[in-house]
Write a protein that binds this ligand. Structure first.
Ligand code: ABU
Length: 460
């Protein structure tokens, strides 16, 4: 490619990005016959199709998560500063293994971890940027396992006392996968009941700890959730921590979704006791508007993180075991320099942009809750503590409410004006799960959503 063409190609991508940002209703229709519309084939020789045409086609046939009507997932709309950081990361294409090959990115990662810790308040800390919340939760459980039995790193889990991890019944499924991967066994993940406010029931936690001890197992870890995937509920950290301290358990907090709450005026209510826990998961690519995947693992026990994860590579990459070479205590060898994108967004906007956004989102959440409490034909499932608003449409005949809501959601998706997900509780009641994840979502868009739901109501 000649230079001019190359710059024009980058400009083409930016042009498409601009188009994504400016698209309105009707832009979220699911694909039909995608395999026929897009030439997927990889061939021996290069294609004759013009690069710009291919770029346009990729954008056209992908879900536009930049549209503020994409309210389906805990990921989506991103800040443009994060795109720029991502582009720089791709072009630099170095790895976070050693300071030698990523000096600036290493210092930026340390600055990010240190600045987050100012909100958390651990007296001593260490952390890593990791590929997502599931990965960070796994690191937390790995630290718990190591903390209880350092020998497990060397000898595995053979002929050991069974180790038990506790999470709430509404917690994310990643802990289940972690137990499988770490050789602890999914059977040894104990799900603790939640109360009507969707928080972990601490009486049940205490009973389950007692029970597993009586069964001869070794409880090792409680994972509290700050912002559950469906309800956005925050487990009580301080009281859970008191139980963990009494029982000698590692306390991990999965704040992948709820992490922006650390920057909120409601922090004391949502996160009381956070400075006492052992480790935390945060995801910048969720409510903090970074690009995927920017998980953070932060711990108040740096020595455990390092000892649990260190090993190997001394003959060719880690010539010494230096803390400045972050790769020595990361499980990845090649690791993107993701610090650049997070840091650039943060640097250009200041911490205040997180504080302002969470305040704005809470105002919008309040308005929606108020609206849902009065709007005929709608039922709010629970008072939200965060940006998940779960509600049902109520049929005006005797149709099954769950089936009606599944059908309504299917219709919303087919029409392509909005993407909003659905979920169920433990009694298999299905409902809409609206998440305010996109930073450009506002009252006008939610009013548009309600109009859309009213229309769908008439159609089914
Ligand atoms: N990692 C949890 C994401 C779940 C969601 O997007 O709904």
């Amino acid at each position: 490619m000649k230079n001019l063409k190359r710059y024009n190609t980058f400009l083409k991508v930016l042009e498409q990005a601009d188009i994504l940002k400016s698209k309105g209703s009707g832009d979220l229709k699911p694909p039909v016959n995608l395999k026929e519309k897009f030439d997927l084939s990889l061939t021996e020789n290069s294609t004759d199709t013009d690069t710009d045409t291919i770029i346009e086609s990729i954008f056209k046939h992908s879900v536009n998560t930049q549209n503020p009507r994409f309210l389906n997932q805990l990921i989506g709309g991103t800040r443009e500063e994060a795109w720029i950081g991502e582009l720089i990361t791709a072009i630099l294409n170095t790895s976070m293994a050693t300071y030698e090959i990523a000096p600036l990115a290493t210092l930026l990662e340390k600055e990010i971890i240190c600045t987050i810790n100012k909100e958390v308040g651990f007296p001593q800390f260490e952390g890593l940027i990791v590929p997502g919340g599931s990965y960070a939760n796994m690191l937390g459980i790995n630290c718990a396992r190591y903390h209880h039995d350092p020998n497990s790193k060397k000898t595995g889990m053979y002929e050991k006392k069974k180790q038990i991890v506790f999470i709430s019944e509404d917690a994310h499924y990643s802990s289940y996968k972690s137990l499988a991967l770490l050789g602890l066994g999914t059977e040894y993940l104990r799900r603790i009941k939640t109360l009507s406010n969707k928080k972990m029931c601490l009486d049940d936690l205490k009973s389950q700890i007692k029970l597993v001890k009586e069964e001869g197992y070794q409880p090792i870890c409680v994972v509290s959730t700050s912002g559950t995937t469906i309800w956005g509920a925050f487990d009580p950290i301080a009281d859970t921590n008191a139980i963990c301290r009494e029982e000698g358990l590692w306390h991990h907090v999965d704040a992948a979704w709820g992490g922006l709450g650390l920057f909120s005026e409601k922090k004391d209510q949502l996160f009381a006791g956070i400075e006492k826990v052992d480790s935390i998961t945060l995801d910048f690519h969720k409510l903090m508007a970074s690009t995927l995947t920017k998980g953070i693992f932060l711990t108040s026990r740096p020595e455990v993180l390092k000892a649990a994860n260190r090993g190997g590579g001394n003959r060719y990459i880690f010539h010494e075991e230096r803390d400045i070479d972050i790769g020595t205590y990361s499980l990845q060898c090649g690791r993107k320099v993701d610090s650049i994108s997070i840091w650039l967004q943060w640097k250009l906007n200041g911490t205040v942009h997180y504080r302002n956004k969470i305040t704005e989102l809470y105002q919008l959440q309040n308005w929606i809750v108020d609206e849902l409490s009065h709007r005929p034909g709608y039922r709010l499932m629970a008072t939200p503590s965060y940006m998940n608003i779960c509600f049902q449409l109520l049929p005006d005949d005797n149709r099954d409410i769950s089936e009606f809501n599944i059908l309504a959601r299917k219709k919303v998706i087919e029409r392509g004006n909005f993407m909003v997900n659905y979920a169920s509780d433990n009694e298999a009641n299905y409902f809409f799960r609206l998440v305010l994840n996109h930073w450009d979502v506002n009252q006008a868009i939610i009013e548009e959503l309600f109009e859309e739901l009213d229309r769908v109501f008439e159609l089914i």
